[in-house]
Ligand binder design. Structure first.
Ligand SMILES: [Zn+2]
Length: 116
């Protein structure tokens, strides 16, 4: 015989997003992107280094990449958006360099005005 009782189960659901860069809550659901950074150096420090950021636009994405690169740069195993930090730094430098295809298309301009 099964002993039965009524229970109320609580669960957590995502009801929306808020951009971790600019505070925007209005972007379309499909526009949200999550970026993580962290490193796997020895010790508890590595667990604490892993952070996720929900972002609303390419501008906020680029700004977060730059900030994450600056935070992870000193770590040999540092990763930003699941890529080695040195690669992401080189990518940003490439996009932001005057004369690069990224600069011409406007991505480089994000460097000039990261903050909303
Ligand atoms: Zn944003």
């Amino acid at each position: 015989m099964k002993l039965i009782e009524k229970q109320t189960v609580e669960r957590t659901v995502i009801v929306g997003y808020r951009c971790d860069r600019c505070g925007n809550e209005d972007a379309k659901a499909e526009d949200w992107i999550t970026v993580s950074h962290g490193h796997s150096q020895w010790g508890n420090d590595s667990c604490e280094s892993v952070q996720d950021f929900d972002l609303c636009s390419p501008k906020c994405y680029l700004a977060q990449l730059r900030e994450s690169v600056e935070e992870m740069e000193g770590y040999r195993t540092g990763e930003v958006d699941h890529k080695p930090v040195a690669f992401v730094k080189a990518l940003l430098d490439y996009l932001e360099a005057p004369g690069s295809p990224g600069y011409e298309s406007g991505a480089g301009a994000a460097r000039l005005n990261y903050e909303p």
